[in-house]
Design a protein around this ligand. Sequence first.
Ligand code: ASP
Length: 324
Amino acid sequence: MKKKILVIHTGGTISMCEDEATGAVRPSSSNPLTDKTQGLVDFADLIIEEPFNLPSPHITPKEMLDLRELILQKISVNQISGVVITHGTDTLEETAYFLDLTVQTSIPIVVTGAMRSSNEIGSDGLYNLISSIKVAASDEAREKGVLVVLNDEIHTAENVTKTHTSDISTFQSPQYGPIGIVTKRGVIFHHIPLGKEYYDIQDVSKRVVLIKAHAGMDSTLLHAINELPCDGIVIEALGQGNLPPATIPGIQALIQNDIPVVFVSRCFNGIAQDTYAYLGGGKQFKELGVIFSNGLNGQKARLKLLILLAAKRNLKEIEEAFSL
Ligand code: ASP
């Protein structure tokens, strides 16, 4: 019997067309993927949903929550073996990670996209979609959390990131690599992700700020953020988790105001930890109460903090969650 795969189109380049005269890429009135896919996939029955058609810079945590609810509703009433979501690549990793943290299911959920729109030469959309359906229909992909499939590679939502503005091999997992590949004959996994986090949330109303540290940074922006409605802040700190000394008063003020402060590293390999004991070194910030994240990039740590706050986790629980 053929497997039932739920395909959810949300927009992005994969659903767009190029204007041959001007080269402009934009959404078209009907999704170019919808007609083509069913005819090309004979190993699965597809249930196709199009809840919205947005370029991914328009996607917010609200759309991510809507997607979560759509998936939970559809998989509870249909005998669905896997889910594929097509998405713009700019914020694809954020939606994938959001779903990874908030959907509890053993069936595969795969997110994919394209770097070239549907009518461009070398368009990768349909190919990535079919690869993703293969992964979503494979038994080996079960119990692996949300996966990101593009360009014949299978990545975890937790580690993958967009690394190039136009290259079709843009999605990479720095430090860890893909956990599997898609071949002409099937799907092969060579790593199994460890553990799985799950948070049950109902809303995404918390305000979490993300900023990047730089040489010569001071407390001006941190004090300004402290005056705003703000529930948490993630800072892409320097190296292992250090900041220029002039930021110390700003960090102290945020912590005194009970705003959780999470450090990730602005390096795209390695993790943030309290190694250095000089002024502005990680040890000083740890003593002040800063939480160090065990390896997420800034945009994912921001979403995780937002989700932890929505799930009403206290400071100690937030610290534990960032050490996983
Ligand atoms: N800017 C587009 C988007 O994220 C890029 C893409 O889909 O590849 O919607």
